[in-house]
Design a protein around this ligand. Structure first.
Ligand SMILES: [Ca+2]
Ligand SMILES: [Ca+2]
Length: 438
Protein backbone atom coordinates (compact mmCIF):
# COMPACT_ATOMS: atom_id res chain seq x y z
CA UNK A 1 0.00 0.00 0.00
CA UNK A 2 1.21 3.41 -0.83
CA UNK A 3 1.03 6.08 1.82
CA UNK A 4 0.89 9.78 2.07
CA UNK A 5 0.68 12.20 4.90
CA UNK A 6 -2.70 13.15 6.19
CA UNK A 7 -1.95 16.74 5.28
CA UNK A 8 -2.57 15.69 1.72
CA UNK A 9 -6.24 15.21 2.46
CA UNK A 10 -6.55 18.67 3.82
CA UNK A 11 -4.38 20.02 1.06
CA UNK A 12 -6.88 18.57 -1.34
CA UNK A 13 -9.72 20.28 0.49
CA UNK A 14 -7.80 23.54 0.58
CA UNK A 15 -6.93 23.25 -3.06
CA UNK A 16 -10.58 22.87 -3.91
CA UNK A 17 -11.65 25.68 -1.60
CA UNK A 18 -8.98 27.94 -2.89
CA UNK A 19 -9.73 27.18 -6.49
CA UNK A 20 -13.42 27.80 -5.95
CA UNK A 21 -12.82 30.78 -3.71
CA UNK A 22 -10.73 32.61 -6.26
CA UNK A 23 -12.94 31.73 -9.17
CA UNK A 24 -10.49 29.28 -10.69
CA UNK A 25 -11.13 25.88 -12.12
CA UNK A 26 -10.59 23.09 -9.64
CA UNK A 27 -9.63 20.81 -12.52
CA UNK A 28 -6.47 22.84 -12.91
CA UNK A 29 -5.11 21.27 -9.77
CA UNK A 30 -4.10 17.69 -9.05
CA UNK A 31 -6.77 17.13 -6.43
CA UNK A 32 -6.64 13.85 -4.55
CA UNK A 33 -9.78 12.23 -3.23
CA UNK A 34 -10.54 13.80 0.10
CA UNK A 35 -11.60 10.43 1.45
CA UNK A 36 -12.81 9.94 5.00
CA UNK A 37 -9.63 11.52 6.35
CA UNK A 38 -9.32 13.32 9.64
CA UNK A 39 -9.22 17.02 8.70
CA UNK A 40 -6.17 17.52 10.89
CA UNK A 41 -3.15 19.12 9.25
CA UNK A 42 -1.01 17.28 11.75
CA UNK A 43 -2.29 13.79 10.97
CA UNK A 44 0.68 11.58 10.40
CA UNK A 45 0.10 9.15 7.59
CA UNK A 46 -3.02 8.11 5.77
CA UNK A 47 -3.83 5.62 3.05
CA UNK A 48 -3.21 7.06 -0.37
CA UNK A 49 -6.48 7.48 -2.22
CA UNK A 50 -4.92 9.52 -5.00
CA UNK A 51 -5.17 7.43 -8.13
CA UNK A 52 -3.60 10.01 -10.41
CA UNK A 53 -0.25 9.24 -11.92
CA UNK A 54 2.40 11.72 -10.84
CA UNK A 55 2.79 14.52 -13.28
CA UNK A 56 6.04 15.14 -15.04
CA UNK A 57 8.28 17.70 -13.43
CA UNK A 58 7.11 20.47 -15.69
CA UNK A 59 5.25 23.69 -14.99
CA UNK A 60 1.49 23.36 -15.13
CA UNK A 61 0.47 25.27 -18.28
CA UNK A 62 -2.89 26.09 -16.69
CA UNK A 63 -1.48 27.34 -13.41
CA UNK A 64 -2.16 30.90 -12.37
CA UNK A 65 0.93 33.04 -12.85
CA UNK A 66 3.19 33.33 -9.85
CA UNK A 67 3.05 36.61 -7.93
CA UNK A 68 6.26 38.63 -8.20
CA UNK A 69 9.05 37.53 -5.86
CA UNK A 70 10.52 40.13 -3.51
CA UNK A 71 13.99 38.94 -4.47
CA UNK A 72 15.40 36.56 -7.07
CA UNK A 73 15.33 32.81 -6.43
CA UNK A 74 17.74 30.31 -7.97
CA UNK A 75 16.07 27.53 -9.97
CA UNK A 76 14.93 24.65 -7.72
CA UNK A 77 17.21 21.59 -7.73
CA UNK A 78 15.61 18.16 -7.60
CA UNK A 79 17.12 16.11 -4.74
CA UNK A 80 15.32 12.76 -5.05
CA UNK A 81 14.73 10.65 -8.15
CA UNK A 82 14.07 7.09 -6.95
CA UNK A 83 10.55 5.65 -7.43
CA UNK A 84 8.07 6.12 -4.60
CA UNK A 85 6.95 9.15 -2.62
CA UNK A 86 9.68 11.31 -1.17
CA UNK A 87 8.30 13.59 1.47
CA UNK A 88 8.65 15.97 4.43
CA UNK A 89 12.31 16.98 4.20
CA UNK A 90 14.33 18.66 6.95
CA UNK A 91 17.64 20.48 6.43
CA UNK A 92 20.70 21.42 8.48
CA UNK A 93 23.56 23.75 7.42
CA UNK A 94 26.84 22.68 9.04
CA UNK A 95 28.92 25.68 7.92
CA UNK A 96 30.06 24.03 4.68
CA UNK A 97 27.23 21.89 3.33
CA UNK A 98 23.62 20.93 3.85
CA UNK A 99 22.53 17.64 5.38
CA UNK A 100 18.99 16.82 4.22
CA UNK A 101 16.77 14.08 5.64
CA UNK A 102 13.35 13.00 4.42
CA UNK A 103 10.81 10.16 4.33
CA UNK A 104 11.15 7.95 1.24
CA UNK A 105 9.11 5.02 -0.10
CA UNK A 106 11.63 3.67 -2.59
CA UNK A 107 11.74 0.37 -0.69
CA UNK A 108 7.94 0.03 -0.84
CA UNK A 109 7.40 1.35 2.69
CA UNK A 110 8.44 4.64 4.22
CA UNK A 111 11.99 4.87 5.59
CA UNK A 112 14.16 7.85 6.55
CA UNK A 113 16.96 8.83 4.15
CA UNK A 114 19.80 11.36 4.24
CA UNK A 115 22.01 13.09 1.69
CA UNK A 116 24.62 15.86 1.67
CA UNK A 117 24.23 18.81 -0.68
CA UNK A 118 26.81 21.39 -1.69
CA UNK A 119 25.85 25.04 -1.07
CA UNK A 120 24.34 25.22 -4.57
CA UNK A 121 22.17 22.16 -3.90
CA UNK A 122 24.12 19.68 -6.01
CA UNK A 123 24.78 16.28 -4.39
CA UNK A 124 28.12 15.80 -2.63
CA UNK A 125 30.22 13.19 -4.38
CA UNK A 126 30.72 9.88 -2.61
CA UNK A 127 27.72 9.96 -0.26
CA UNK A 128 24.65 9.31 -2.36
CA UNK A 129 21.30 8.82 -0.62
CA UNK A 130 21.63 6.71 2.50
CA UNK A 131 18.87 4.99 4.46
CA UNK A 132 19.39 6.06 8.07
CA UNK A 133 16.27 4.46 9.59
CA UNK A 134 15.02 1.35 7.80
CA UNK A 135 11.67 0.90 9.47
CA UNK A 136 9.58 -2.25 9.28
CA UNK A 137 6.59 0.12 9.58
CA UNK A 138 6.12 3.60 8.13
CA UNK A 139 8.71 6.13 9.27
CA UNK A 140 7.84 9.77 8.50
CA UNK A 141 8.29 13.40 9.62
CA UNK A 142 12.05 13.44 10.26
CA UNK A 143 13.73 16.37 12.02
CA UNK A 144 17.48 16.89 12.42
CA UNK A 145 19.77 18.89 14.73
CA UNK A 146 23.50 18.70 15.47
CA UNK A 147 24.65 16.98 18.65
CA UNK A 148 25.99 19.33 21.32
CA UNK A 149 29.69 19.73 20.55
CA UNK A 150 29.04 19.17 16.87
CA UNK A 151 30.37 15.61 16.53
CA UNK A 152 27.35 14.29 14.71
CA UNK A 153 23.61 14.68 14.39
CA UNK A 154 20.41 13.31 15.80
CA UNK A 155 17.35 12.62 13.69
CA UNK A 156 13.91 11.94 15.19
CA UNK A 157 10.83 10.72 13.37
CA UNK A 158 7.50 9.05 13.97
CA UNK A 159 7.06 5.41 13.11
CA UNK A 160 3.51 4.33 12.30
CA UNK A 161 2.73 0.70 13.06
CA UNK A 162 -1.06 0.54 12.60
CA UNK A 163 -3.28 2.04 9.97
CA UNK A 164 -7.01 2.35 9.47
CA UNK A 165 -8.96 3.90 6.61
CA UNK A 166 -8.67 7.27 8.33
CA UNK A 167 -4.98 7.20 9.06
CA UNK A 168 -2.34 6.15 11.52
CA UNK A 169 -3.73 4.87 14.80
CA UNK A 170 -0.49 3.85 16.46
CA UNK A 171 2.91 5.46 16.20
CA UNK A 172 6.11 5.68 18.20
CA UNK A 173 8.67 8.49 18.30
CA UNK A 174 12.15 7.21 17.50
CA UNK A 175 15.66 8.59 17.11
CA UNK A 176 18.76 7.66 15.17
CA UNK A 177 22.22 9.15 15.78
CA UNK A 178 24.44 10.03 12.83
CA UNK A 179 28.18 10.58 12.85
CA UNK A 180 29.73 13.85 11.71
CA UNK A 181 29.83 12.28 8.23
CA UNK A 182 26.02 11.91 8.27
CA UNK A 183 26.10 8.12 8.36
CA UNK A 184 24.29 6.10 11.04
CA UNK A 185 26.32 4.02 13.46
CA UNK A 186 25.65 0.37 14.18
CA UNK A 187 23.15 1.04 16.98
CA UNK A 188 19.49 0.38 16.25
CA UNK A 189 17.11 3.36 16.36
CA UNK A 190 16.08 4.35 19.90
CA UNK A 191 12.39 4.26 20.79
CA UNK A 192 11.85 7.52 22.68
CA UNK A 193 8.14 7.05 23.22
CA UNK A 194 6.51 3.71 22.42
CA UNK A 195 3.52 3.37 20.14
CA UNK A 196 0.10 4.19 21.55
CA UNK A 197 -3.06 5.27 19.82
CA UNK A 198 -1.86 8.71 18.73
CA UNK A 199 0.59 9.89 16.14
CA UNK A 200 3.16 12.27 17.48
CA UNK A 201 5.17 14.68 15.42
CA UNK A 202 8.54 15.28 17.09
CA UNK A 203 10.65 18.44 16.91
CA UNK A 204 14.18 19.05 18.15
CA UNK A 205 16.41 21.88 19.31
CA UNK A 206 20.04 21.86 20.47
CA UNK A 207 21.18 24.30 23.17
CA UNK A 208 22.74 24.64 26.62
CA UNK A 209 24.79 21.51 25.89
CA UNK A 210 21.55 19.54 25.56
CA UNK A 211 19.20 18.10 22.96
CA UNK A 212 15.55 18.98 23.56
CA UNK A 213 12.66 17.09 22.03
CA UNK A 214 8.94 17.83 22.03
CA UNK A 215 6.10 15.71 20.67
CA UNK A 216 2.45 14.88 21.19
CA UNK A 217 1.53 12.06 23.48
CA UNK A 218 -1.67 10.37 24.45
CA UNK A 219 -2.87 9.95 28.03
CA UNK A 220 -5.39 7.19 28.64
CA UNK A 221 -8.67 7.85 30.42
CA UNK A 222 -8.45 7.51 34.19
CA UNK A 223 -11.44 7.52 36.51
CA UNK A 224 -13.63 10.42 35.41
CA UNK A 225 -10.83 12.08 33.42
CA UNK A 226 -11.21 11.42 29.70
CA UNK A 227 -8.34 10.39 27.46
CA UNK A 228 -6.50 13.38 26.06
CA UNK A 229 -3.51 14.49 24.05
CA UNK A 230 -0.65 16.31 25.75
CA UNK A 231 2.56 18.01 24.66
CA UNK A 232 5.72 16.47 26.15
CA UNK A 233 9.16 18.04 26.47
CA UNK A 234 12.40 16.44 27.69
CA UNK A 235 16.07 16.05 26.89
CA UNK A 236 17.84 13.34 24.95
CA UNK A 237 21.36 12.17 25.65
CA UNK A 238 23.84 11.91 22.73
CA UNK A 239 22.71 8.31 22.11
CA UNK A 240 19.10 9.46 21.70
CA UNK A 241 17.96 8.06 25.06
CA UNK A 242 15.39 9.94 27.13
CA UNK A 243 16.71 12.08 30.00
CA UNK A 244 14.44 12.99 32.91
CA UNK A 245 12.53 15.08 33.76
CA UNK A 246 9.73 14.64 31.23
CA UNK A 247 7.69 17.84 31.27
CA UNK A 248 4.01 17.75 30.33
CA UNK A 249 2.87 21.18 29.22
CA UNK A 250 -0.39 22.06 30.95
CA UNK A 251 -1.38 18.56 31.97
CA UNK A 252 -5.00 19.55 32.48
CA UNK A 253 -5.89 20.53 28.91
CA UNK A 254 -5.51 18.98 25.50
CA UNK A 255 -2.14 20.09 24.12
CA UNK A 256 -1.28 19.77 20.45
CA UNK A 257 1.35 20.64 17.84
CA UNK A 258 4.31 21.42 20.12
CA UNK A 259 7.44 22.92 18.57
CA UNK A 260 10.72 23.73 20.36
CA UNK A 261 13.57 26.26 20.07
CA UNK A 262 16.34 27.59 22.32
CA UNK A 263 17.90 30.97 23.15
CA UNK A 264 20.96 31.75 25.27
CA UNK A 265 19.07 31.17 28.51
CA UNK A 266 15.72 29.61 27.68
CA UNK A 267 13.98 26.67 26.08
CA UNK A 268 10.79 27.68 24.27
CA UNK A 269 7.87 25.46 23.35
CA UNK A 270 4.91 26.78 21.45
CA UNK A 271 1.81 24.62 21.30
CA UNK A 272 -1.95 24.76 20.92
CA UNK A 273 -4.21 23.92 23.81
CA UNK A 274 -7.94 23.88 24.24
CA UNK A 275 -8.89 26.58 26.77
CA UNK A 276 -11.59 26.32 25.70
CA UNK A 277 -10.32 26.04 22.14
CA UNK A 278 -7.33 26.85 19.98
CA UNK A 279 -5.19 28.90 22.31
CA UNK A 280 -1.59 29.31 21.14
CA UNK A 281 0.91 29.39 23.99
CA UNK A 282 4.62 30.23 24.26
CA UNK A 283 6.06 28.32 27.22
CA UNK A 284 9.52 29.40 28.38
CA UNK A 285 11.61 27.10 30.57
CA UNK A 286 15.13 27.24 31.92
CA UNK A 287 17.74 24.84 30.52
CA UNK A 288 16.90 22.29 33.26
CA UNK A 289 13.23 22.49 32.17
CA UNK A 290 11.79 24.38 35.11
CA UNK A 291 8.81 26.36 33.80
CA UNK A 292 9.35 30.12 33.95
CA UNK A 293 6.55 31.73 31.94
CA UNK A 294 3.61 30.83 29.78
CA UNK A 295 2.64 33.67 27.45
CA UNK A 296 -0.65 33.58 25.54
CA UNK A 297 0.09 34.32 21.90
CA UNK A 298 -3.44 33.80 20.62
CA UNK A 299 -6.29 33.78 23.11
CA UNK A 300 -8.65 30.85 22.64
CA UNK A 301 -11.41 31.45 20.13
CA UNK A 302 -13.81 29.32 18.15
CA UNK A 303 -11.80 29.26 14.96
CA UNK A 304 -8.97 26.76 14.62
CA UNK A 305 -5.28 27.48 15.06
CA UNK A 306 -2.77 24.79 14.23
CA UNK A 307 0.90 23.98 13.68
CA UNK A 308 2.61 26.81 15.62
CA UNK A 309 6.40 27.13 15.26
CA UNK A 310 8.96 29.21 17.16
CA UNK A 311 12.54 30.42 16.65
CA UNK A 312 14.88 32.81 18.45
CA UNK A 313 15.97 35.77 16.30
CA UNK A 314 18.84 37.27 18.40
CA UNK A 315 16.60 39.42 20.58
CA UNK A 316 13.06 38.08 20.35
CA UNK A 317 11.01 34.93 19.89
CA UNK A 318 9.43 34.69 16.45
CA UNK A 319 6.23 32.66 16.11
CA UNK A 320 4.05 31.62 13.19
CA UNK A 321 0.99 29.40 12.91
CA UNK A 322 -2.02 28.48 10.76
CA UNK A 323 -5.04 30.52 11.81
CA UNK A 324 -8.65 30.18 10.64
CA UNK A 325 -10.04 33.31 12.28
CA UNK A 326 -10.71 34.85 8.87
CA UNK A 327 -12.55 31.87 7.40
CA UNK A 328 -13.25 28.33 8.57
CA UNK A 329 -11.17 25.66 6.85
CA UNK A 330 -9.17 28.34 5.05
CA UNK A 331 -6.09 28.93 7.17
CA UNK A 332 -3.81 31.90 6.76
CA UNK A 333 -0.41 32.30 8.37
CA UNK A 334 -0.19 34.60 11.37
CA UNK A 335 3.09 35.76 12.87
CA UNK A 336 4.14 37.62 15.97
CA UNK A 337 7.14 38.11 18.23
CA UNK A 338 7.56 37.91 21.99
CA UNK A 339 10.17 39.45 24.26
CA UNK A 340 12.96 37.26 25.64
CA UNK A 341 11.15 36.66 28.94
CA UNK A 342 7.71 36.35 27.34
CA UNK A 343 6.38 39.39 29.19
CA UNK A 344 5.48 41.21 25.96
CA UNK A 345 3.75 39.63 22.98
CA UNK A 346 3.12 41.81 19.94
CA UNK A 347 -0.29 41.87 18.29
CA UNK A 348 -0.30 39.03 15.73
CA UNK A 349 -0.07 40.01 12.09
CA UNK A 350 -1.48 38.18 9.07
CA UNK A 351 1.51 37.28 6.96
CA UNK A 352 -0.14 36.83 3.60
CA UNK A 353 -3.65 37.45 2.40
CA UNK A 354 -4.28 34.01 0.91
CA UNK A 355 -4.31 30.43 2.18
CA UNK A 356 -1.15 29.37 4.04
CA UNK A 357 -0.04 26.07 5.54
CA UNK A 358 2.82 24.39 7.33
CA UNK A 359 4.87 27.37 8.57
CA UNK A 360 8.62 27.09 9.15
CA UNK A 361 10.98 29.77 10.51
CA UNK A 362 14.70 30.36 10.01
CA UNK A 363 16.72 33.10 11.69
CA UNK A 364 19.99 34.75 10.77
CA UNK A 365 21.59 37.35 8.57
CA UNK A 366 20.29 40.67 7.35
CA UNK A 367 16.77 39.34 6.99
CA UNK A 368 16.79 38.44 10.72
CA UNK A 369 13.93 36.00 10.31
CA UNK A 370 12.13 34.32 7.51
CA UNK A 371 8.73 32.65 7.76
CA UNK A 372 8.11 30.09 5.01
CA UNK A 373 4.86 28.27 4.24
CA UNK A 374 2.97 26.87 1.28
CA UNK A 375 -0.16 28.45 -0.09
CA UNK A 376 -1.93 29.86 -3.05
CA UNK A 377 -2.06 30.74 -5.89
CA UNK A 378 -0.52 27.62 -7.27
CA UNK A 379 0.43 25.79 -4.05
CA UNK A 380 3.72 27.63 -4.07
CA UNK A 381 6.20 28.18 -1.26
CA UNK A 382 6.07 31.75 0.04
CA UNK A 383 8.60 33.30 2.42
CA UNK A 384 7.93 36.38 4.49
CA UNK A 385 10.90 38.50 5.56
CA UNK A 386 10.79 39.89 9.05
CA UNK A 387 12.67 42.79 10.60
CA UNK A 388 14.26 42.40 14.03
CA UNK A 389 11.25 44.18 15.52
CA UNK A 390 9.00 41.48 14.12
CA UNK A 391 7.48 43.74 11.50
CA UNK A 392 7.00 42.02 8.16
CA UNK A 393 8.71 43.57 5.17
CA UNK A 394 6.58 44.29 2.08
CA UNK A 395 6.26 41.52 -0.48
CA UNK A 396 7.13 37.83 -0.34
CA UNK A 397 9.83 35.64 -1.75
CA UNK A 398 8.00 33.25 -4.09
CA UNK A 399 9.23 29.85 -5.25
CA UNK A 400 7.50 29.19 -8.55
CA UNK A 401 6.91 25.46 -8.13
CA UNK A 402 4.12 23.27 -6.76
CA UNK A 403 5.41 22.69 -3.25
CA UNK A 404 4.47 21.79 0.28
CA UNK A 405 6.09 21.00 3.63
CA UNK A 406 8.89 23.58 3.43
CA UNK A 407 11.83 23.53 5.83
CA UNK A 408 14.06 26.61 5.89
CA UNK A 409 17.63 27.28 7.04
CA UNK A 410 20.22 30.05 6.90
CA UNK A 411 23.62 29.67 5.20
CA UNK A 412 25.91 32.04 7.12
CA UNK A 413 28.77 31.68 4.63
CA UNK A 414 26.87 32.77 1.53
CA UNK A 415 24.30 34.87 3.47
CA UNK A 416 21.61 32.87 1.70
CA UNK A 417 18.50 31.05 2.80
CA UNK A 418 17.85 27.51 1.63
CA UNK A 419 14.49 25.74 1.46
CA UNK A 420 13.75 22.08 0.99
CA UNK A 421 10.21 21.00 0.18
CA UNK A 422 8.19 18.33 -1.51
CA UNK A 423 7.13 18.99 -5.09
CA UNK A 424 3.55 17.80 -4.86
CA UNK A 425 3.17 17.06 -8.60
CA UNK A 426 5.96 14.51 -8.68
CA UNK A 427 6.21 13.63 -4.96
CA UNK A 428 9.92 14.35 -4.87
CA UNK A 429 12.13 16.51 -2.65
CA UNK A 430 13.61 19.71 -4.05
CA UNK A 431 16.13 22.29 -2.81
CA UNK A 432 16.11 25.99 -3.59
CA UNK A 433 18.17 28.95 -2.38
CA UNK A 434 17.96 32.71 -2.58
CA UNK A 435 19.50 35.88 -1.30
CA UNK A 436 17.78 39.19 -0.73
CA UNK A 437 19.47 42.58 -0.76
CA UNK A 438 17.79 43.55 2.49
CA1 LIG B 1 11.00 9.36 -4.91
CA1 LIG C 1 11.56 -0.28 5.51
Amino acid sequence: MSLRTGALFLTGAWLLLSAVGCGGNADQFPIPDAGPGDPDPDAAVNPDTDTQEPDADEPDPDAEPAPPSACPVFPPVRVTNAPGHSDQPAIHWNGSNYLVVWADERSGSSDIYATWLAPDGTPMAGFGQVVIADSAQQATSPEIVPLPGGQGFIVVYENCSAMTATGCTMASVEAVVLGADGRPGSAAPVVISPAVAEQRRPYLATGHGNIYITYRDRVAASGTTPARTVARLHRLDPTGAKVDPVVTLDEGSDGHYPHVATSADRVAVTYQRNKPQAEIVLALLDPGLTMKTEAIVRAGMESKATNPVVQWNVSRWVLAWEDERESDDEPVIYTTTASADGSQVEVPEQAYEDNGNWPAIASGGRMTSLVGFYGFPGQRIFLERMEATGRLKPGQVVIDDVGRFPAVTYNDQADEYAVVYQNERIDEVKFVRFKCAD
